[in-house]
Design a protein around this ligand. Sequence first.
Ligand code: HEM
Length: 295
Amino acid sequence: MSRHATRRQKILSDHFFKSLFLGINLIPGKITQFFKTLVLDTVATREREGIIRPDLLHLLIQAKKGTLHEEDSAEGQKGAKINDEDIIAQSLQFFLAGFDTSSTLMSFVSYLLAIHPDVQTRLQEEIDKTLKKHDGKFTYEMVHSMKYLDMVVSETLRLYPPAAAVGRVCVKNYTLKSDPPLELRPGDDIMIPVYGLQHDPNYFPDPERFDPERFSDDNKHNINPMTYIPFGLGPRSCIGNRFALMETKSLLAHLLSRFSVKVISKTPIPIKVIQKGFNVTAEGGFWLGLEKRIT
Ligand code: HEM
């Protein structure tokens, strides 16, 4: 594994394909086998047939061959090689990191809109107005230009960050100025509590309240950026950040232009937030209704 790996990648690489010492796998064997076969078959087909696609898998194949020259070369370690297990772990990481997180965000936004019809109506007004301005076409610019949509999605990510915590490995001695001070040593595992920070009343007054206004142009400068980290921080923050926001906003724009999300008898209010695997979700899943809009 490259020395640039984060804690999460190390976990994926070290443990997903091996049993933990208690004999428990983090991912069920059938799923592991499915991914193993999927990735290795795809790699074999591409190599056999000389297929080149401009995608992550191609970069991983190059890294396996040692032909991917990255910044390592500046330090004289040209293209550290990776093996098949690393390729499977990286592919699985992309799938897990990108799929569940985004669908979790979409589910929580839908739930919040259903229980806050005033917010939903204001958002639909913005979507209708913006669509009209863009001749009824959903484009990147059209979705990107909606400020209230951004406020709603940002506040959902604060209230229900799909990743409850991010991890790092300490690389040098450091004293955390806590009371009492905490001495950190190289090799120590550190979990940064995203959910905790984003629910701390010192940083977000009345933290359990869903309030998109926190992210309005007038208010957002009050947010300390180190306390709002749904996509993590620094050079190893989420690589899919922009894509995730765009796909979620596009979905909402399409959906809300035609339907309203409604509370139904099965909708749990309040929702019970639980941690499932790596992600935050709702106990019992999300139960909502859709009502066609009369426009
Ligand atoms: C709402 C959706 C998403 C959320 C909330 C989310 C959140 C996160 C978080 C918290 C991290 C760890 C960052 C850190 O340690 O500082 C992360 C890493 C990562 N995410 Fe996302 N993510 C989302 C969507 C996506 C998508 C759509 C993709 C891919 C298409 C993706 C790919 C990745 C990858 C590859 C990493 C590891 C980056 C690295 O270690 O350098 N994520 N994400």
